[in-house]
Design a binder for this molecule. Structure first.
Ligand SMILES: NC(=O)c1ccc[n+]([C@@H]2O[C@H](COP(=O)([O-])OP(=O)(O)OC[C@H]3O[C@@H](n4cnc5c(N)ncnc54)[C@H](O)[C@@H]3O)[C@@H](O)[C@H]2O)c1
Length: 281
């Protein structure tokens, strides 16, 4: 009898809300190995699990050349999401390893989150929450989103989902993307701009929805922060690498008061709201 194909599944949320994917894998007679660590795996852990694996369903765990080189039997990488910055796509192609994406699987969830972060900063939700928990109850100036300009960096699936929400909130929406979707732009009143500089100069809120790759790493840096309005709010639910240096740059430039400028920054795919402070690297 031929040995069972081994499939490694790393995302902890896999099959949590619906057991169908787990049942499907089981019904195919695979040997399925679920993430035994309950967290994002390290390179060494990935190497260990993938040494004799045929396929992997992967979240944000590392699948760079070093890891893939130690997975000689790997035939398929199924990304549980859409961002491929943790996968060496070039090397996978050289090796003939197929890479698939779960396109659209988290589009609306990420758009909700981006919008929630923007609203949280605008209405100072976390600041007020913290103050209330400390027994402090005082009026606090907030920012309206209605009538404001939202600049979207990346108008793919998630950028468009955010644009749909913004149009319902009466925002003016600007977008920058390598490719233009004029039909969507017309449907939601989105105006394209030719450069990131145009977006960051005009926008009251800026939301990042670009993939992290060699062209977009650090795409929001000192120059872009200096072009922003002093009251601009930056939300990054894409990948931290797109603006991490930017946060540091703006801190260095001194624009760090949440009452004026504010940012939400993310590392990997887990955004948090925080000030851009000198310790925010
Ligand atoms: N926080 C999370 O949990 C989470 C979840 C899903 C996706 N993401 C991140 O969001 C990113 C976007 O997801 P999506 O589903 O909208 O992807 P998408 O492929 O639908 O959209 C990406 C858009 O970026 C544009 N683009 C790519 N490179 C560009 C460049 N150099 N300059 C200008 N435009 C460029 C593309 O043309 C495309 O329209 C993902 O790559 C991922 O990193 C984060």
């Amino acid at each position: 009898m031929a040995p069972k194909l081994k499939i490694v599944v790393t995302p902890r949320s896999f099959g949590k809300s619906d057991p169908a994917p787990i049942e499907l894998l089981a019904s195919q007679g695979y040997e399925v190995v679920y993430n035994p660590y309950g967290r994002i795996l390290t390179k060494e852990e990935m190497k260990g699990l993938l040494a004799d694996a045929d396929g992997v369903i992967v979240g944000v765990d590392p699948l760079d050349r070093e890891v893939l080189a130690e997975a000689p039997g790997l035939k398929i990488i199924s990304k549980y999401g859409v961002g491929t910055d943790n996968i060496d796509l070039k090397y996978a192609e050289e090796r003939g390893i197929k890479v698939t994406l779960a396109t659209g699987s988290n589009t609306e969830a990420v758009a909700d989150f981006a919008f929630a972060l923007m609203m949280a900063v605008a209405r100072r939700v976390t600041v007020i929450d913290r103050a209330c928990r400390d027994g402090i109850w005082k009026a606090d100036a907030a920012i309206d989103v209605h009538g404001k300009t939202l600049g979207l960096l990346g108008l793919g699936a998630i950028g468009k989902a955010v644009a749909r929400r913004a149009s319902g909130f009466g925002m003016k929406v600007l977008a920058y993307d390598l490719f233009r979707d004029e039909a969507t732009a017309a449907a939601y009143g989105i105006a394209y701009r030719d450069s990131i500089g145009d977006i960051v100069r005009e926008a009251d809120f800026i939301s990042l929805h670009l993939p992290l790759d060699g062209k977009t790493a650090g795409i929001i840096g000192r120059e872009q922060f200096e072009l922003m309005k002093p009251t601009a709010v930056l939300v990054n639910t894409a990948r931290g690498g797109a603006d991490r240096r930017g946060c540091a740059a703006r801190s260095a430039a001194g624009g760090t008061d949440l009452g004026g400028r504010a940012s939400t920054c993310s590392r990997r795919s887990r955004p948090t709201i925080r000030r851009c402070s000198p310790s925010a690297t």
